[in-house]
Ligand binder design. Structure first.
Ligand code: GLN
Length: 199
């Protein structure tokens, strides 16, 4: 019995390794128990995952590279299969369904409309703490050229707000946030995402 209760399934979580905060997410995932974190950039690597992080960076660049690497359908397929997808900052833009300016080809994994750079430019970057009902209180959040969610469909749970702008949301197995949880030592958000990944 003791042996049985010690047995835990390892979840394999990929970080999309095209551009942006890849190593930061890999480091953050390394601190979560029972996770194998891997950098992924092709369809074969993606097919083998329990969950995928689409990191922050530059959404226009990541979008172009997703196209060049023919990953759009593979990522959509993962989401349809119920695998966990976590888009942070630029990753939130990419997971979204529309932006007013239409300058990024989005994956449409979650029914949100996104204002890119909604909180302003690099110089307007800021840090705050958030209370996120299903996760915890006083969670540190770093915003860098951050987007926000301007509209969310009925299926979407809006989880956190800054100045009345939605900055974190979830639709079933797809989680997005405007900020960078991987840049803080508080791993509650990353742990929440890992819990959403089936294995
Ligand atoms: N503003 C960037 C974009 O739209 C995102 C910035 C970030 O990921 N820190 O791509």
């Amino acid at each position: 019995m003791a042996q049985l209760s010690q047995h835990k399934t390892t979840k394999k979580i990929g970080v999309l390794n095209l551009q942006g905060a890849v190593s930061e997410h890999l480091n953050a995932l390394t601190n979560i128990a029972n996770v194998l974190a891997v950098a992924v950039k092709d369809a074969v690597q993606l097919a083998d995952l329990d969950g995928l992080v689409i990191p922050g960076g530059e959404s226009t660049a990541i979008s172009r590279l997703i196209n060049q690497n023919n990953l759009t359908l593979v990522i959509k397929q993962m989401a349809l299969q119920g695998k966990g997808i976590f888009g942070t900052c630029a990753g939130l833009v990419l997971c979204g369904s529309s932006t007013p300016q239409n300058e990024v080809e989005q994956l449409k994994l979650i029914d949100i409309s996104v204002e890119r750079n909604g909180f302003g430019r690099q110089i307007n970057s800021f840090e705050t703490t958030l209370d996120i009902a299903p996760i915890g209180k006083q969670i540190p959040a770093i915003f860098i050229r951050a987007p926000y969610i301007v509209k969310a469909g009925d299926q979407v749970k809006q989880l956190a707000f800054v100045d009345n702008h939605c900055v974190m949301a979830q639709q079933d197995n797809v989680l997005v946030c405007s900020f960078h949880p991987e840049l803080t030592s508080d791993n509650r958000i990353i742990q929440y995402f890992v819990n959403c990944c089936c294995s």
